[in-house]
Design a binder for this molecule. Structure first.
Ligand SMILES: NC(=O)c1ccc[n+]([C@@H]2O[C@H](COP(=O)([O-])OP(=O)(O)OC[C@H]3O[C@@H](n4cnc5c(N)ncnc54)[C@H](O)[C@@H]3O)[C@@H](O)[C@H]2O)c1
Length: 440
């Protein structure tokens, strides 16, 4: 069993820490947000992720997982240190690496202090778990070399994370693949041992290639969604059905069915910032990634499409009550970072619409951005007297709604299905005027 440290108790860090603890390692997880650490210590999760709470509770109780606000305590207690802090977008699109830099400096300082106390040889494996632009590993290494004594032996590795919020635990424990960028045999052996219980192919590579794999993968997935969304626009213009087009394409094994879902576009904590960072990275090294700029543009258009459809149905939006079901950027999470709902709500408010919203988990987060719109306790309360109902997240709960009842209590039976997930034919039979994306 290894002593593992995870810096950052966010969606990636806390899941990583809890899962390694579940695999019987001794794990310490640090975050500089003391309120968050207190909350977790009190077995209260700082965000919603299915299955996480149980594992955190179990591993805290059996002392496999401990929480701290001190990176130096973590550095002292761990042989392997995962950096899982945020790498948000800056205004020019590049990733803000100041959090990664800060924790690197903190680790270096802690190692320097340790060297004064312990005479024996110290080795640490420092691992980038955060999504970072290529060459970040070199900066981490340089910073550690510069700021800590030469006697300390360390390796810097990249082990990008591919978990998806909403299925994070399963994705961590049963991933499609594990990517490890390493520069030494010693580090490679540690990873082989660490990930032995997880049955997944491991791709060992150099640190730079591992960093690029993460950005290239996320941008490719965003591209695939934007591609089908572009097709959806063509379908709308000629009266074809994008769902059928996607089905027909998806059976081709070279294409595959996943991520061919037309809708209001991609959002969330990763795709928008990672696509922007990849474009900026390309610019910095002399490659203008125009393909990805178009991917971004198509995504923006999908959000505007909702407003266009709302106007087609209601003519003027000013003073009309519109209900929105689903706020999180995807189901099974309360995360609203860069969710399409944020831009769509802003645009509807600009048009003068009166908004009522409901989401099973994300309302508390949305209240921080839009404190003045109405938040409802149930979908039925949300749609009462509304002129239009817009679905922006495909929560399972919404599939079981009693649409007969919804039709009775709405002012006019208009639905925009921003995720193409509802039974269109049934809704039409019930008497709704239905508008999907790329299908009518
Ligand atoms: N969320 C996802 O689905 C996902 C998936 C794969 C990869 N990633 C990547 O993983 C990284 C983390 O993402 P996240 O969603 O977990 O972010 P998050 O914002 O949920 O968590 C980051 C945490 O780091 C903490 N932190 C910041 N500076 C710190 C410091 N100096 N010391 C200790 N803690 C510090 C913050 O307080 C926060 O709790 C990002 O690079 C992201 O792109 C995210």
């Amino acid at each position: 069993m290894r002593n593992i440290g995870v810096i950052g108790a966010g969606h990636v860090g806390l899941v990583t820490a809890a899962c390694f603890a579940k695999l019987e390692h001794n794990v310490i997880c640090a975050d500089n947000d003391s309120q968050k650490i207190e909350k977790i210590k009190n077995l209260d999760m700082p965000f919603y992720e299915p299955g996480l709470e149980e594992i955190v509770k179990e591993t805290i109780r059996n002392k496999k997982l401990i929480l701290t606000t001190s990176v130096s305590e973590l550095t002292e207690k761990s042989d392997i240190i995962f950096i899982a802090v945020g790498t948000p977008s800056t205004p020019d699109g590049s990733a803000d690496l100041s959090y990664v830099e800060n924790v690197t400096i903190e680790i270096a300082r802690a190692l320097t202090e340790m060297k004064k106390i312990f005479d024996n040889k110290i080795y640490r494996l420092i691992v980038e778990k955060s999504t970072v632009p290529v060459l970040t590993g070199e900066w981490v290494k340089k910073t550690l070399e510069l700021m800590s004594p030469t006697e300390i032996e360390f390796d810097v590795a990249a082990n990008p994370e591919f978990l998806r919020e909403g299925s994070a635990i399963n994705d961590f424990l049963e991933p499609d693949r594990i990517i490890i960028g390493v520069g030494s045999e010693k580090a490679k052996r540690i990873f082989e041992e660490l990930y032995a219980p997880i049955k997944a192919p491991i791709v060992f590579t150099d640190v730079k290639s591992a960093e690029i794999i993460k950005h290239a993968s996320n941008s490719f997935l965003a591209l695939k969604i934007s591609y089908i969304n572009a097709i959806s626009q063509i379908c709308e213009k000629v009266g074809a059905d994008v769902e059928k087009v996607a089905e027909g394409m998806g059976y081709d094994k070279r294409i595959g069915k996943d991520f061919l879902k037309a809708g209001v576009g991609w959002g969330g904590s990763c795709f928008p910032k990672d696509v922007a960072a990849f474009i900026k990275m390309g610019e910095d090294i002399g490659y203008p990634f125009n393909l990805l700029k178009e991917v971004q543009k198509i995504n923006k258009e999908q959000r505007l499409l909702v407003i266009k459809k709302a106007k087609e149905l209601l003519w003027n939006l000013r003073g009309k009550e519109i209900s929105i079901l689903g706020l999180s950027f995807k189901p099974n999470t309360d995360d609203i970072r860069d969710a399409p709902s944020i831009e769509i709500i802003s645009l509807l408010l600009k048009e003068g619409a009166i908004l009522k919203c409901y989401d099973p988990k994300a309302m508390e987060n949305m209240k921080k951005i839009f404190p003045d719109i109405l938040y409802c306790q149930t979908p039925y309360e949300c749609v009462k007297n509304s002129s239009l109902l817009i679905f922006l997240t495909e929560w399972d709960e919404f599939k079981n709604i009693d649409f007969e009842k919804i039709k009775e209590i709405m002012k006019t039976p208009y639905i925009i299905d921003g995720r193409n997930f509802l039974d269109r034919d049934k809704l039409k039979k019930t008497g709704f005027i239905y508008k999907g994306i790329g299908r009518n």
